[in-house]
Design a protein around this ligand. Structure first.
Ligand code: PMT
Length: 390
């Protein structure tokens, strides 16, 4: 994770440097220790004071400044866990390719011997120019990680490739870089969101699950190197990448999709909230108002977890318990009846827990006992749950 990591941020001359102010702020929020080097050209676009304020750190611009007690470009190279250059201009790219060390940033880079990540940004013609492409290829061959620029309307009023990746995605890239790949070669099925069961042609039964818990588990598992299959009920869209996602509606859909993936999987994490009841006879047209009360005949729905656990072989199966009372007692009952390895128990009535919030308060229940966890973000809880299958 980014928290506590020493990140040396190099900023070169380009209009995209204004976006790097936001990047700085995001990295600081994630807990990074920043130090920043700006080229002279970069200081023409954004003042060092802005970066000093947002990065809460010193900004270095002049290689000849204050060398009586430190050789700063060498010290910084040693200090950094990661060197990130954003935006990377065509000019600095060319200098890096040839090992030129004519300013603080390029000199520091020559003294630096760990991983380098760069986010190029420039005019489309400059980007596609054979010289730039050749330079980028040289960097790739040296093991430099390149965050490719996207296409769009550039500051020079041209539409094409060359726009620096958005700060939010650069942070995700760095987070991914620092995450230990301890779930490599593991296939993890994650379910998220509610299921819906039809009443008639226009109406259905469902619940308040937003999918946040399940999507965080899927995203964190992906970051940790797992092959992730996310089976999701209808929820607001979330950003995911590199994850196979299957959309479902009913319990039967969910069961069928899990069945397809379960045999060769290593773990199933059921964060979804399937509906426990469904209508016995679903009308294939809209039920009209009749001026009378209407009763629906509800029958118990398939218990997917119970069904799938009966097929369990090497897989670790983790269920949740969403309760409003007797949390641990009910969770232990579910652990035994559904024959799962762990139950993540959450009380829906507690503030900051359960449906549609960004935090959760959970207890990990297994045959070995109960571990009560503090309130934490769903992302943090996702990692605690993934530690169980590690
Ligand atoms: O999606 P969010 O808004 O982020 O909210 C998160 C959450 C509250 C949905 C999540 O933390 C959670 O508790 N998920 C499980 C919800 C649920 O259905 O709980 P349950 O106690 O009714 O079911 C126990 C377990 O059996 C669950 O793993 C559930 O997925 C599974 N189940 C339930 C019913 C059913 N018919 N088949 C099942 O497999």
């Amino acid at each position: 994770m980014i928290d506590g990591k020493n990140i040396l941020l190099g900023v070169t001359g380009g209009i995209a440097s204004y976006k790097v102010v936001d990047l700085c702020s995001r990295l600081v929020k994630e807990g990074a220790n920043l130090k920043i080097i700006m080229t002279k050209a970069a200081t023409k676009f954004v003042s060092p004071l802005t970066f000093e304020t947002m990065g809460r750190c010193k900004v270095y611009t002049d290689i000849f400044e204050g060398h009586h007690d430190h050789v700063y470009h060498v010290d910084l190279a040693k200090w950094a866990d990661l060197f990130l250059i954003a935006p990377l201009s065509a000019n600095t790219l060319a200098k890096i390719t040839y090992g030129i060390a004519d300013n603080f940033l390029t000199a520091c880079l020559l003294a630096y011997d760990k991983d380098l990540i760069v986010a190029p940004a420039m005019n489309s013609n400059m980007y596609t120019n054979v010289a730039t492409q050749k330079n980028l290829l040289t960097l790739v061959n040296r093991g430099v990680k390149i965050i490719e620029p996207s296409e769009g309307l550039l500051a020079c009023n041209v539409i094409g490739p060359g726009r620096m990746e958005e700060p939010e995605n650069i942070v995700k890239y760095i987070e991914d870089y620092f995450t230990e790949k301890d779930l490599l070669n593991k296939k993890v099925i994650v379910t998220a969101g509610p299921t819906i069961e039809p009443i008639d042609y226009v109406r259905y039964i469902t619940n308040h699950s937003s999918g946040k818990m399940g999507y965080h588990i899927a995203n964190e598992a992906k970051k940790r190197g797992a092959e992730v299959i996310l089976i999701s009920g209808p929820v607001e869209p979330f950003k995911i990448s590199g994850i196979k996602k299957v959309d479902i509606k009913t319990n039967l859909d969910l069961q069928k999709e899990i069945d397809k993936e379960f045999t060769d999987s290593d773990a199933l994490i059921m964060a979804a909230a399937p509906t426990d009841y469904k209508v016995k006879d679903v009308a294939d047209k809209k039920i009209k108002k009749s001026g009378q009360n209407l009763s629906l005949d509800l029958i118990e729905n398939i218990d997917i977890l119970k069904y799938i656990s009966s097929k369990k072989d090497k897989q670790i199966v983790i269920g949740f318990a969403a309760e409003t009372e007797n949390l641990i007692k009910n969770a232990q009952k579910k652990l035994n009846e559904k024959k799962v390895d762990y139950i993540i128990a959450n009380n829906l009535k507690m503030e900051g827990a359960g449906f549609n919030v960004d935090t959760n308060i959970a207890s990990l229940v297994s045959k070995d006992g109960v571990e009560h966890l503090e309130k934490m973000t769903k992302k943090e809880l996702a990692n605690k749950i993934l530690d169980l299958i590690k």
